[in-house]
Design a protein around this ligand. Structure first.
Ligand code: GP9
Ligand code: MN
Length: 417
């Protein structure tokens, strides 16, 4: 109703972070390319497996002068997995606690990143070689104002170029760049990879590093498919350069969610050479985020604690687009006002000093259990943020919000009662 809308709006308005001059508009007018990296967790980055470098290309980007590498970035997905990460990035709202919001609320009004970019003259699209109704994407993308979905029908998929879930990442990127070369510019393309998906099956000819040796067949194969995805990404960058799409684009890449669940803790503790406690499990929700801005020369590692909810305001500000009126719960990662605080969908969280998971409070640096009082202020805030996000979604409140003026359509909201 009307009062709910006022309260949510007051909270959102009071928690907006102003952009910083240093990065606002840094990638103005460029094409925006976002790559969702299937099941990629940070523990493989700058790491090796029995002496084999796992992600040489991404590792090179962590030290690249045109790349911001966010090393304390976390996924915030729930049961909706990939689709939840898409929801976070498009809306800067949390997904739902039970069930995939892509299925349950595709009839809602949303103010997506695609909608903002449509208004700036961008051609907005998603490229993903799967059945269009998987995760209800065809319906949800309409609600998100994504202009075109290049689903599996836009690709040549056959026995030779596919494995397990479908088209392999390398031919996916190759064919995607061909499609992108034909798009009106500027475009916003979101690409979703597939090969590094459970059960991590890979053709022998694509295996460039050996399997790991543990009691988990899943973890053993994970390193190979991650390594394959990394190589495909390198080819993607080369293709973009070849087609003249590289210099005038900004390329954002992030891990969508974990790939190795807690069922594989034994194998993980063998690999990481430490016990996988609930504290470690929470920290393993760390996924990489790369923001690559060709020829910018301003790249660095950013250690701010952050999450997928922060991607949208960060990107829109880099493109020079104001978000002060957006109904968003994330904040620009470059803003002075961004806080080291990431909330998980289950109410757990990480700050620069604390980790809270499964009702236990830990010192972030040592993993030592501490009094829950230390965590309490953040526990309350996590509940509050998740609650407001749920209210927006469950009440379909964005119907009653005028994004252009920031006005609340109170009368219309009250008619609903
Ligand atoms: C399917 C792909 C994988 O289209 O996005 O989905 P997931 O199982 O990771 O949610
Ligand atoms: Mn996924």
């Amino acid at each position: 109703d009307g009062s709910e809308l006022v309260e949510v709006n007051n909270f959102v308005r009071s928690s907006q972070a102003d952009p910083t001059e240093k990065t606002f508009g840094l990638a103005e007018d460029r094409n925006l390319i976002i790559v969702s990296l299937e099941s990629l967790q940070s523990f493989v980055i700058n790491n090796d497996m029995n002496g084999h470098e796992i992600t040489p290309f991404l590792n090179s980007l962590t030290a690249d002068e045109d790349t911001f590498y966010f090393s304390n970035f976390y996924h915030q997905t729930g049961l909706g997995k990939t689709s939840d990460s898409e929801f976070l990035v498009e809306n800067s709202l949390y997904p739902l606690g039970g069930g995939a919001v892509f299925f349950t609320h595709s009839g809602n009004t949303f103010h997506s990143m695609a909608e903002s970019l449509n208004e700036e003259g961008y051609f907005t699209n998603v490229l993903h070689p799967n059945n269009k109704s998987f995760w209800n994407r065809d319906m949800m993308y309409k609600a998100l104002d994504i202009q075109k979905y290049y689903d599996e029908n836009s690709y040549i998929v056959n026995e030779e170029n596919s494995v397990s879930w479908g088209l392999k990442d390398a031919p996916f990127f190759e064919q995607s760049v061909d499609l992108m070369a034909e798009m009106p510019q500027p475009f916003y393309s979101r690409l979703i990879t597939l090969t590094n998906h459970y059960p991590f099956t890979l053709d022998v000819e694509d295996q460039n590093i050996p399997e790991y040796d543990s009691n988990s067949n899943t973890l053993n194969k994970y390193f190979q498919t991650v390594n394959y995805m990394d190589e495909a990404l390198e080819l993607f960058f080369e293709d973009l350069k070849e087609k003249g799409l590289y210099d005038n684009s900004i390329i954002v890449m992030y891990g969508d969610h974990y790939g190795i669940s807690e069922n594989h803790n034994n194998a993980m503790s063998q690999y990481l050479e430490k016990e996988i406690t609930p504290f470690e499990s929470a920290k393993l929700q760390n996924v990489p985020l790369f923001v690559h801005i060709p020829n910018s020369g301003v790249g660095e590692e950013v250690t701010e604690v952050a999450g997928q909810i922060d991607v949208r305001p960060t990107i829109l500000h880099l493109l020079g687009i104001d978000t002060s009126k957006d109904m968003q719960l994330g904040a620009d990662l470059f803003s002075e006002e961004h806080e080291d605080f990431v909330v998980f969908r289950d109410g757990g969280f990480v700050t620069d000093e604390l980790v809270y998971t499964k009702n236990v409070c830990y010192d972030s640096a040592t993993g030592v259990e501490i009094a829950v009082e230390s965590c309490q202020p953040y526990i309350d805030r996590a509940i509050q943020e998740l609650g407001y996000s749920d209210q927006i979604i469950n009440g379909d409140l964005l119907r009653f919000y005028d994004l252009k003026t920031g006005n609340l359509l109170i009368e219309e909201a009250e008619k609903e009662e």
